[in-house]
Design a binder for this molecule. Sequence first.
Ligand SMILES: [Zn+2]
Length: 302
Amino acid sequence: MPELPEVETVRRGLAPHVVGGFIDDIQVGDSKILQVEPHRLIEQIRGQKILGLTRRGKYLIFELERHYLIFHFGMTGQLTFRDPNRSDSEGFKRHPVTGLQRTLQHAPDRHTHLQIHLRQGGSMLFRDIRKFGKVFLIEKGEVSVFFERLGMEPWTPDYNLKAFLQKFGNRKLAIKSLLLDQSFVAGVGNIYADEALFAAGIHPARKVRSLRKTEKESLFEAILQVLKRGIEHGGTSFRDFVNSDGDKGNNQEELQVYGRKGESCHRCGTLIQRIVISQRSSSFCPACQPRGGRSRAGKAPI
Ligand SMILES: [Zn+2]
């Protein structure tokens, strides 16, 4: 599932192509992903200028003149830009048998559920194989209510150690479950939760209330570090994620525990294990992240 670094990667790739442009035509495939009537979406956004492209947690936000058009990528959502000026050698290949020109990643197919064509040329294509993605059209005045329940946004003043420590409370739930709760820190999902817990040396099943203050402080920093690394490497393409050019990210090669069950820990050589917490799989190193917490100082390098 695209998490904060993947959505941010898409945002950075799309922004230069679309901000300042005008929405011309819209085509809807399977309207299941739309959280607004298709005809209303088309009528409302046609002709509007794209004033900005921002992100909140895992949501990508197009600021239009009168609305916000908001995407959530669900499990397999992909938002790519199809540039009409892109030459063959850059993005197009000929089919080896038919010889027909096509794009490998950009051409609309049966999984493309929304196409937004821009007046200056070029289109955004939203493709989603499993169709858990969602597209919202929100009136400008309603956006703060829309995001009301989302938690702290990394790299904003809201994400600060004092607020972070306060949010833990005296809860019995597992720390992994808290990290997946979008009302805690927005944008962290299964991949970066596992990576942050490894970086902080915390077992994913530890009860929130059992964590020491120093462990919480380590986790506060670790979350920022694994998210930052994810963005720097263009996101994690474990399965479906692609950036706005249709290319895969590189962060899967940087992962320490996620998806590495049965492989050796890069730090200590112990085999990575996987357990299920709240119906989500969690990968961890049993030596670097002991169930009972650390008895001595030191934590895994990031
Ligand atoms: Zn280890």
